[in-house]
Ligand binder design. Structure first.
Ligand code: HAS
Length: 549
């Protein structure tokens, strides 16, 4: 194989690392806000200097849910395309840098407004909560910056396909492109509400805003957003983990098909976040619930494929019985063990998602802290632990250093600390959510004191779990700084798996964008056109804004 395909080019590495520095800075600050917030929720701690609970909650959600994820993903994706499709052209790299700076300027604008208490609108920022216009403009910058960065990846993909007619593109590059297209189509919704509704409203050009339309546009974006977070973790599970364990990818075609299904079914499902909202006809909610169950299928395919990879590898090493493969896995290697803990967490996390999506059961858990428990298992455990697992080889690869034995051990300790802290915190959130404890409320805002008393043990458990997690954040930051600046110089592999020899040839129809984009647009039109026209024709009186501070 050509040398530049084994190692990310130095200039591309700098671009990817710039994104990772921002991501880990967001982790440090967002993690601190998280600790403060669970302490306030425990009812035993008041924030100094008049800092409000909702302000800290907004800092936590925006920094971890939006900044950490977006910067990490775009940095990882730049590295993945450069590694598997070859060094970026100067034009693409330049676009990558423009995208980075535009996103960073936007992040600083929005973060400043949150810190000044001018944008305490939580990470979902939907109306009628109103923020300063600079906050919204910052968001526009972040989205546009991500499109510019994404366009660099698409240009490299097109270039590869032109140079290799009739061949399927490298699997990892293909997956990156699916995630980028998913992101671009999804962000059209949030860009729509921010540019046409929230910005003019916050600038005072219009007095009122249609809340239902803005929430619908938000959730058109909000659900694919969670798959934008998930798919890079799946890239690692499908392509990188097989190589680390010394095995092979079970099926290139199955991996591609599952990514295509994510692209098709992750967007027309936003109503499952709005099942209890008036103004949307039950039929359209039902349709989107059905489509939500369709988007579970590629995750089940992923689970199947992972079990197949592990079993094939185990058998090649002489394992016997149904679970014999388990003992043949490289448990001492953090690059495997850390994401594996994420995979295990995704089994209960996914089951929770299926409960959420089941129309009737949604009535029980909606707006309770169960939902917060759900996304701390999915995003903050499965996805984030996989991101940490990626960082353990990606950062030294990009900085020309190595993951030492000591750091490898510490990384495994970090993942165990994280898993323990998250099990306690997220477990308590799920349990007290079933008792009816609301999400997004501090101790002082509970109306019914007798119920609040029943919830106290769970709130203390959340504070204990949150404190353990904070130790986990210290550990990961220590490892990151070590790998970026202090680890010994050397060559760390960027592992990319190969498909088993016996696998069928990948059919080119999987890369026929005309077909998939047509199906995608058709599904979106079917799921959203009529309800959207309904919302506009029968719009309730628009709302004035209000503030949480
Ligand atoms: Fe969700 C709310 C439904 C997945 C994140 N979700 C949220 C929110 C967030 C979020 C942030 O239908 C809150 C938004 C807010 O602020 O209001 N979610 C689902 C469904 C899935 C799902 C059906 N969610 C995710 C993922 C997220 C995420 C992934 C982040 C990354 N979610 C909902 C619904 C709501 C919701 C409703 C709204 C609730 C409400 O009313 O407000 C599915 O995609 C899940 C499918 C997953 C599986 C699991 C497959 C398992 C695998 C692991 C294999 C393991 C191996 C290891 C091989 C079917 C792939 C084995 C080893 C051994 C030793 C056994």
């Amino acid at each position: 194989m050509k040398k530049d395909l084994l190692k990310v080019n130095r200039k591309d590495a700098k671009l990817a690392m710039a994104h990772l520095y921002v991501a880990f800075t967001a982790l440090a600050l967002g993690g601190l806000a998280g600790l403060l917030q669970v302490l306030v929720r425990s009812g035993r701690f008041t924030l100094p200097a008049g800092i409000g609970y909702y302000q800290v909650l907004t800092v936590h959600g925006v920094l971890l849910g939006l900044v950490l994820t977006t910067f990490f993903i775009i940095g990882f994706q730049h590295a993945a395309v450069s590694r598997t499709s070859g060094t970026y052209s100067n034009k693409s790299r330049f676009l990558g840098w423009i995208g980075f700076w535009v996103m960073l300027i936007g992040t600083v604008m929005s973060a400043l407004m949150i810190l000044l208490n001018e944008a305490t609108v939580l990470y979902t920022f939907y109306a009628p909560l109103q923020a300063h216009w600079i906050f919204y403009l910052g968001l526009v910058f972040v989205v546009v910056g991500s499109w510019i960065g994404g366009s660099a990846m698409i240009i490299e993909y097109i270039k590869w396909r032109k140079n290799h007619p009739g061949q399927p593109s490298p699997l990892l590059t293909f997956m990156v492109i699916i995630n980028t297209v998913l992101w671009i189509v999804a962000t059209l919704g949030v860009a729509g509400t921010v540019i046409f509704q929230l910005l003019p409203w916050s600038l005072g050009f219009v007095e009122r805003v249609d809340v239902l339309v803005s929430r619908t546009l938000f959730w058109y974006f909000g659900h694919p957003l969670v798959y934008f977070w998930l798919l890079p973790a799946y890239m690692a599970w499908y392509v990188i983990i097989p190589k680390i364990i010394g095995g092979k990818i079970f099926s290139d075609s199955l991996a591609r098909l599952s990514f295509i299904l994510f692209l098709l079914f992750s967007i027309p499902v936003g109503f499952h976040h709005q099942l209890v909202e008036p103004g949307i006809d039950a039929f359209w909610k039902f349709l989107q619930v059905v489509l939500t169950f369709m988007v579970v299928i590629p995750s089940l395919m992923t689970a199947f494929s992972l079990f197949a990879t592990f079993e094939m590898h185990g058998r090649s090493k002489g394992s016997k019985g149904v679970f014999g493969w388990f003992r043949k896995l490289p448990w001492g290697d953090a690059r495997f063990t850390v994401p594996f803990i994420g995979m295990v967490a995704f089994i209960p996390a996914g089951a929770g998602g299926i409960i959420n999506a089941s129309n009737q059961m949604n009535q029980v858990i909606h707006n309770t802290i169960w939902v917060t428990g759900h996304f701390h298992l999915t995003l903050a455990t499965s996805v984030v632990l996989t991101f940490f697992g990626i960082a353990y080889w990606l950062v030294p690869h990009l900085t020309g250093r190595i993951l030492t034995k000591a750091m490898n051990k510490l990384a495994i300790v970090q993942a165990i600390v994280w898993a323990v802290g998250m099990s306690i915190m997220s477990g308590a959130m799920h349990a007290v959510g079933l008792l009816g404890a609301p999400r997004r409320s501090s101790y002082s805002t509970y109306g019914d004191a007798s119920q609040a008393l029943e919830w106290i043990p769970y709130q203390i458990a959340q504070a204990v779990g949150g404190t353990i997690l904070f130790i986990g954040i210290f550990l990961i930051l220590y490892i990151f700084i070590n790998l970026a600046f202090f680890a010994p110089k050397g060559e760390q592999e960027f592992p990319v798996g190969e498909t088993v020899e016996a696998a069928e040839k990948t059919p080119m129809v999987l890369e026929n964008w005309k077909i998939w984009m047509t199906v995608l647009v058709a599904l979106i039109l079917v799921a959203y056109s009529v309800p959207f026209i309904d919302m506009i024709q029968n719009a309730p009186p628009a709302s004035k804004g209000y503030r949480l501070w």
